[in-house]
Design a protein around this ligand. Sequence first.
Ligand code: ARG
Length: 282
Amino acid sequence: MEKHRSSPAQASATRSPGRRTYLMCRPAYYAVEYAINPWMDTTAPVDATLACAQWEELADVYTRLGHEVLRIEPEPGLPDMVYAANGAFVVDGIAYGASFRYPERRPEADAHEKWYRSAGWTVAKPEFINEGEGDFTYLPGRELILAGWGFRTDARAHAEAADVFGRQVVSLRLVDPRYYHLDTALAPLDDDRIAYYPEAFAPGSRLLLERLFPDAVIADAEDAAGFGLNFVSDGRNVVINAEATGMAAKLGDAGYEPVPVDLSELKKGGGSVKCCTAELRR
Ligand code: ARG
């Protein structure tokens, strides 16, 4: 392990933050009206005003870091639309559309498809159930798409994505219902390095991750429970849920700059920083 670690000073000197384009959806109609993951409790109060304020702060943080933030209009009756990462998976200027597992969220796919079309992106309509960037991510330095299955995305969508993008897809099976999307258990730190929580994955997938990413930052149960893996990194700055202090410290030790943002209200829906942020890769 030790030989893979570079000193923080060394690491940050070689990591320059790239300018990213993010798509976000203001939680104007946010609520916990149904429960489709273990974090959602329909009897617990949700402060929608606070959710909006926390979300605005997240958008401001991205802007201050020099990134471009685009917005998709929220729709009444779609309380989970704030989790914009689930609306599509975008690489090479192509938006591979979502097809949601649960009927409550299905109309979000159309809203996103319309947005991507009108913004001039090429849209690939999915045949199989998949929840966009919730279960897909891309590592440009390795030319690899990482994809999760087990709770939401149908594993057949992984092959479909390989076909859409002409890129290699690594399938990873999720086994802990609290970490039902890949982006709750794994996240890219830069072009070729990731952080992940091993216990969220089936044994074979863990082996695969160990082989592919011997230099990964490893999260523990507490890091994962604080949504410490649901972060957005630009290669240097890592925007992370404020509750995940232990994970932020680990990322600091690994040479990154943690930028904590409090998203306590959005955690009640089972999401955090990354869930609220779709990365649009040209
Ligand atoms: N309530 C939403 C659901 O269960 C949360 C989605 C979180 N999004 C994410 N990218 N993990 O579908």
